[in-house]
Design a protein around this ligand. Structure first.
Ligand SMILES: C[S@@+](CC[C@H](N)C(=O)[O-])C[C@H]1O[C@@H](n2cnc3c(N)ncnc32)[C@H](O)[C@@H]1O
Length: 434
């Protein structure tokens, strides 16, 4: 059975993933060693609990081996990953060794394996249209807010979904409000943000929308405390499937997901879907990073291949996570070093692996669709140096496609606008029993 679990966690998809077999095996050898110890018997109550947990993981691993591969298909029509970046240093082949949950584009599992309607071609067409819009943005320097990738992702999903009402939590100077407005010119926006964007106007560019209800300043109210039924009534919205909620407020995404479910909202976009070991709030991506998912979970062994590869990658990518950043006391790697962070890391509660595991089961039980926005283009084109491409879906414009990058107008943009990518995610949700 163990052999089956190990092979379940090897990816059958391609040479990049096949190349990391040895490291995957070594990473999971620790699990094997612990399983062998359990089989030998004896030990304390804590040891027996650990054995029970390992057996559960192995059992789940074997179940997911049977059912899992069905959903891990290429996201778009298949193209070879053009390899300027990979050819020069072979780094992209490390992605399996770093514990990429599920597969590169489907990191959380949806209830019925559904995905989005749009294709890579739609994204390319969208990029062509969006670049000139973005060039005309009122806030040119949006440090601490969205850069190009997520502005495009929000604009694209909003335009595709055509909501009757848009809700935004976390507006800062108003750039994301402006993006929503570009996507749909005449639909009402509700913006919840502690400081009114107009307050930034005396310091420089900001955006205040004429068709937006602001819950800001002294009228600020947190998303979780709003009487949404009354607000929907006030705005004449009876069909909640026509509402899009955008979160860029750095709150625990599990908390936000539960609040959105309770209110009956179905379409959500989370801006900062931080990777395991990073960020100031518990994210969907962190929640879905689990041992039982092929390629998911991590080990904290300092002499593992994962540790060595992480150390190397850290030299290339500012936001890559090394072992010290990944693991807290007692080999706690989930969330951020075993913490469930909230509210810009003003709260950072330690959680057990089993709580973390339960959270992922809950999330899976309400997900109809989980779609991570890919980075716009590969790093050899954008020259971004922050996020590690080994932990992202494949870019829309692949490395080596400078002709396409240029044709789409992307070469006109400053390099800095490509530095803020954090796996923005679109979710469609419904109650666990629907
Ligand atoms: C990263 S900024 C948002 C950036 C903005 N969406 C953009 O693209 O430019 C985070 C914002 O969340 C706001 N914020 C903090 N706590 C909040 C809460 N509980 N609800 C809504 N917004 C909150 C902050 O004041 C800040 O304006």
């Amino acid at each position: 059975m163990l052999e089956r679990v190990l092979s379940a966690r090897r990816s059958p998809r391609g040479p990049e993933e096949d190349g990391d077999d040895e490291s995957k095996t070594r990473k999971h050898a620790s699990l094997a060693a612990r399983a062998a110890k359990c089989a030998a018997g004896g030990g304390t109550a804590a040891f027996l609990t650990q054995c029970l947990a390992i057996s559960l993981l192995l059992l789940l691993g074997s179940l997911f081996y049977r059912f899992g591969s069905l959903a891990c298909e290429p996201q778009y029509e298949s193209r070879p990953r053009l390899a300027l970046f990979e050819d020069t240093d072979g780094q992209a082949s490390d992605f399996g060794s770093l514990g990429v949950p599920w597969c590169k584009h489907l990191l959380c599992r949806s209830k019925q394996g559904k995905t989005v309607e749009w294709t890579r071609k739609d994204l390319l067409r969208g990029l062509e249209e969006f670049v000139p819009i973005y060039e005309a943005r009122p806030i040119k320097n949006n440090k601490f807010g969205m850069g190009f990738d997520h502005s495009f992702g929000l604009w694209f999903t909003t335009r595709w979904l055509k909501p009757e009402l848009m809700i935004e939590s976390g507006a800062f100077k108003g750039h994301s409000t402006w993006v929503l407005r570009q996507a749909i010119p005449d639909t009402r926006i509700i913006s919840l943000t502690p400081r009114h964007p107009e307050k930034y106007l005396n310091k420089g560019p900001a955006y205040v929308d004429g068709n937006c209800t602001y819950f800001a300043g002294k009228d600020f109210i947190d998303f979780g405390s709003v009487d949404w039924r009354a607000i929907m009534q006030k705005h004449g919205v009876s069909d909640l499937s026509r509402v899009l909620v955008f979160f860029d407020d750095h709150q625990n995404e599990l908390k936000r997901l539960k609040q959105a479910l309770k209110a009956g909202f179905q379409h959500l976009v989370f801006e900062d879907n931080y990777d395991t070991g990073t960020g100031d709030h518990y994210s969907l991506r962190q929640i879905c990073d689990q041992f039982y998912i092929r390629g998911g979970g991590h080990s904290c062994f300092t002499d593992s291949d994962e540790a060595r590869i992480r150390m190397t990658r850290k030299k290339f990518w500012e936001k890559a996570v090394d072992m010290e950043e990944l693991c807290g006391e007692g080999e706690t790697w989930w969330g951020v070093r075993g913490e469930m962070r909230d509210d810009f890391n003003h709260s950072n509660k330690a959680i057990s692996y089993s709580e973390h595991f339960q959270n992922s089961r809950f999330v899976e039980s309400v997900l109809d669709v989980y779609w991570e926005l890919p980075p716009t283009a590969g790093p050899s084109l954008t020259h971004q140096t922050r996020y590690d491409p080994a932990r992202t879906p494949d870019p829309i414009v692949e490395d080596g496609r400078y002709d396409l990058f240029q044709r789409l107008g992307l070469s006109r943009l400053e390099t800095s606008v490509f530095n803020g990518y954090t796996q923005m995610v679109y979710l469609k949700i419904s109650g666990p029993n629907s």
